[in-house]
Design a protein around this ligand. Structure first.
Ligand SMILES: [Cu+2]
Length: 243
């Protein structure tokens, strides 16, 4: 049975039929001359919770003694939600996904991750720096396709990690419970993070109909259909709240 299935797969592959488009490989780069822009904002629905303050319970000399304000859920004065991941999960074709000129960096400084959230292309190597004179331990959340759990003593200033699968990876530190970061491994260039006002912009989108998705580690995810017209702005507004 297995062999017959395999033979079938081989024959179809010979015929040029792609059975299982691999993530990161199915996206086709093309010239986009009449692209439109998706602009919008993500707002918190209702009254947002007060910023979470987490007491520093160890390594105060390095981490500081003031409570850490969690970067996970940051809502601005106009209820804009910061660092929501916005993307087009199904886009097949568009502008090229370019390698960053410099390797992306996740820095550990004063026992905080900097930046809290970032986007980089799949098959990129991330540099994880320890700028602190203290032991950190970088760990991915269970279920991540790229998973690691690495102790980074104070003398180990840099470790590297390659990401070969597109996904959103959440990172935490085993030593300091308040440390959280989000790594967005993108398989196309149409990803954005909302700014401090909750605004986002995705440019050079080939005209067409798309599903636009938003993701936040505490507020979950939502999708909306969006139609992009040549050289025009398509406006989209999301409202999210804690479940
Ligand atoms: Cu740490």
């Amino acid at each position: 049975m297995m062999r017959r299935w395999l033979t079938g797969v081989l024959i179809l592959s010979w015929l040029g039929v792609v059975l299982l488009p691999l993530p990161g490989l199915s996206y086709e780069a093309t010239t986009v001359s009449d692209g439109g822009t998706i602009v919008g904002e993500v707002k918190y629905a209702g009254d947002p919770p007060a910023p979470e303050k987490i007491p520093v319970t160890k390594d105060e000399k390095i981490c500081g003694s003031e409570p850490k304000i969690s970067p996970v859920l940051v809502v601005g004065p106009d209820k804009g939600v910061k660092d929501v991941v916005v993307f087009l999960p199904d886009i097949q074709k568009g502008k090229a996904l370019e390698k960053p000129a410099k390797a992306p960096v996740l820095d550990q400084q004063n026992c905080e991750y900097h930046p809290y959230a970032q986007i980089f292309p799949v098959n990129t190597t991330l540099e994880i720096l320890n700028s602190d004179d203290v032991l950190h331990n970088v760990k991915t959340e269970p279920g991540s396709k790229t998973s690691f759990n690495v102790a980074q003593p104070k003398f180990k200033k840099k470790i590297t990690q390659e990401f070969k699968t597109p996904e959103i990876v959440q990172v935490e530190c085993n030593v300091h419970g308040w440390m959280n970061a989000v790594l967005v491994v993108a398989d196309n260039p149409y990803y954005a993070l909302t700014d401090a006002n909750g605004s986002f912009k995705i440019t050079d989108v080939p005209p067409g109909k798309y599903t636009l998705k938003v993701w936040h580690s505490k507020l979950g995810e939502q999708t909306k259909e969006v139609t992009v017209a040549p050289k025009e702005d398509a406006k989209v507004a999301f409202e999210m709240k804690a479940p």
